[in-house]
Design a protein around this ligand. Sequence first.
Ligand code: MEV
Length: 303
Amino acid sequence: MHGKGFGGGKVILVGEHAVVHGKPAIAAGVHRGVTATASRAERDLLRIAPWGVAVAPDTDGDDPLARAFAAVLSGYHPRPSLRLDAEVSLPAGAGLGCSAALGVAILDAVDHALDVERSRVTLAELAMAWEREFHGTPSGIDNTTAALGGLLRFEHGVRTRALSARRLLHLVVADSGHASETKQMVARVRAGRDADPDTFSRTLRDMGEIVNNAESFIRLGDVASLGIALDENHDILARLGLSTPRIESMCGDARRAGALGAKVTGAGGGGCIVALAEDADHAVRVRRALGPRAFVEEVGRAA
Ligand code: MEV
């Protein structure tokens, strides 16, 4: 008895944080992610090879990973004891949805091992219980993109839509090397909202508009305007205290290399930036400007 599963990483193009407060956001799945293997064992155990981590499920413990693992396993009964081995090819705490990818990969692997059939949409919903153990009040965008991949418009309580792009989007993703905690960044934004609700509601309105415009630019293949939308979104996130000097300097490097737009992506406070390039050759030049850890993703093919 053996099952394999996959959960993909993601970049948020526009709308992060506002999406926690009921606004839409647009995310793209990336090819890097997490693969997991489930096999029958003497006792339940989750091993994450690159991190040197091995945890048993523990519903009430202090370790969110052990609680999340317990939450996932509690959905299967009866079942044999299982060992999960995960291979992670995403940086953690970098805004690329590593925890959601892990949760989706584990659920997917257990499903395959136990011959459970379900849609990727249901898989995404189930992974929400996993995400809650790490992020408290996640919007659901990370687990949805981890399960479905592609280019998506996500809004809490509204059916997620795959977007078709008239032109392929050439994205460059680069890691600042400084990890941050989504939970803390979400709390930072919430504190800002509580301190000045009027400004925050204007900010949310602006973010919603940026996302709607970005969706039109994607549909029309207007990458120049989409780049401007990315920059505008970045400015708002920076005003919310979610950028860092390193992120600013990386966005500057990307723009000097001709990127059409560049922004912090995901929770911010560190983590990654995403930059939009003109075409595949230009993406390579932007990637070079961002250093050896940057990578290129093409998104928007045949939604
Ligand atoms: C994290 O990838 C995106 C946030 O908007 C949090 C969430 O949506 O749950 C910051």
